[in-house]
Design a binder for this molecule. Structure first.
Ligand code: SF4
Ligand code: SF4
Length: 441
């Protein structure tokens, strides 16, 4: 029998040590590398095909990859120079091999000509979405879903609320926090564009209450810019507050149905860095070639670096003084949802918000003591202990019957388990097996 616990509105989530080592570090530009490795897939959906070949000269911002598939976003050169070849890299979330273009810099960082619109406010919705697509925008909160599609709800789905997600609930990660403090105006300008596209009745800016400076700053900017329709929603700092479905429930009291999406309850959620990228694309005509990456943990000088895509993880860690003696593992993302990385030549890509060097060592897994903690805290009201048990036994159909697809892999259950059971890892294995079966593999 399928089980879903916890009543609507009851407490959930975990308090995690925040360790925001880089929260006071202003964003600085990472040095431009001598070469970049640019995977041709940096979004959920279809990969791009290369539009350039070995020996071609490219300019920064030039489109070098695109796809005719619906769910995809183009890729741009992040340096000027020459395409020196192709290679393959492992795409960390899926483990699949992805083709990548290698560009060797000419040291000049010459940009392609940008085409900002004369009067951005007069752009039609279609023109705005085209600009967002052409600029290669994907969700920068980690999901990397093409932004123009998220902004195009299917017929019959009316969007009445937009939520700008500035929660950044993952420990250690500070890129969105700094983005709000240092690029607040373009973030709000991007949110205005999003709002024009979707015409919602309400717009919320969600920020956790551990970022008081960002709450104050955004409040002041909203008043200064006269965006009185934007409401700041300060939220308790508790993991995983920044998850879309959690945010929607906390702010609006709406529950996204099982297997559903935010748009099923009339909501679209965008991350603050995505909003800034929307401003750059639509108002300035600038494609997405860089983002803020927090480099933190067991490194000498944790920083927030404006990073060109394709820069190697190693060079970013080295720029932060290198790993210190505590270093044990490198994770892309935060400690709760991040993915361990085995190759430091791998490049920072659109979905890379953080590089975390951890010092932790895995703890020995013990038997479940049926304490129920994982069940109590699961934001999706799942039974993580049961899902993990079924996954271990290879009973994947039972996992499916118990809503495994609703698990968004926040890792809160693993964090809270006193028996050190890697619950989310078992769940991920089961999801992968179910996906393989679905694909007929
Ligand atoms: S990882 Fe999945 S099962 Fe575990 S707490 Fe998060 S949503 Fe629930
Ligand atoms: S938290 Fe761990 S020990 Fe407690 S019920 Fe869940 S799996 Fe079992």
């Amino acid at each position: 029998m399928a089980i879903r616990l916890r009543k609507k509105g009851s407490p959930y989530g975990v308090r995690v040590p925040e360790s925001k080592l880089s929260e006071k570090m202003p964003i600085e530009a990472a040095p431009l590398p001598e070469k970049v490795v640019i995977p041709l897939q940096q979004n959920i959906g279809a990969p791009c095909q290369a539009l350039v070949k070995k020996g071609d000269k490219v300019l920064t911002g030039q489109k070098i990859g695109d796809s005719d598939k619906f769910v995809s976003a183009p890729i741009h050169a992040t340096l000027s120079g020459e395409v020196s070849g192709t290679t393959t890299v492992v795409n960390p979330p899926t483990g699949a091999l992805v083709e990548a273009l290698v560009i060797t810099s000419d040291g000049e960082d010459k940009w392609t000509e940008l085409s900002p619109p004369r009067n951005p406010e007069k752009l039609s919705v279609k023109e705005t979405l085209e600009r967002i697509r052409e600029a290669g925008l994907v969700g920068l909160g980690g999901a990397a879903f093409p932004t123009h599609i998220k902004l195009s709800p299917p017929k019959g789905k009316e969007i009445d609320t937009v939520i700008l997600n500035g929660c950044e609930c993952e420990p250690y990660v500070t890129s969105d926090h700094r983005m709000m403090l240092e690029y607040g105006e373009p973030v709000l300008s991007g949110l205005k564009v999003i709002s024009r596209v979707l015409s919602p009745k309400a717009v919320y800016i969600a920020i956790e209450d551990n970022k008081e400076d960002a709450i104050d700053h955004m409040e002041k900017l909203v008043a200064k810019l006269g965006f009185t329709d934007f409401k700041i929603a300060p939220l308790k700092s508790k993991y995983p507050m920044g998850a879309e479905k959690t945010l929607i429930e906390m702010i609006l009291g709406r529950e996204v149905p099982i297997g559903g999406l935010p748009l099923d309850v009339g909501v679209v959620v965008h991350n603050v860095s995505t909003a800034k990228a929307v401003h750059d694309a639509v108002i300035e005509g600038k494609p997405l070639v860089e983002r803020v990456v927090t480099v933190t943990g067991a490194v000498k000088n944790p920083k927030n670096l404006m990073t060109r895509f394709g820069t190697s993880l190693k060079s970013l860690i080295d720029y932060c003084g290198g790993m210190d003696e505590r270093a044990n593992k490198v994770i892309l993302g935060g400690p709760m949802m991040g993915i361990a990385q085995f190759d430091l030549d791998f490049p920072a890509v659109k979905g890379t918000n953080s590089i975390l060097v951890t010092e932790s060592h895995p703890l020995r897994e013990q038997d479940c003591i049926s304490c129920g903690k994982c069940v109590e805290i699961c934001p999706m009201r799942l039974m993580p202990t049961l899902l993990a048990r079924y996954a271990k036994a290879g009973r994947y159909d039972d996992c499916q019957d118990n809503y495994i697809d609703d698990c968004f892999e926040c890792g809160a259950c693993t964090f809270t388990c006193p028996a050190n059971i890697p619950l989310v890892q078992y769940i991920k294995i089961a999801k992968k097996e179910l996906a393989k079966r679905k694909a007929g593999k």
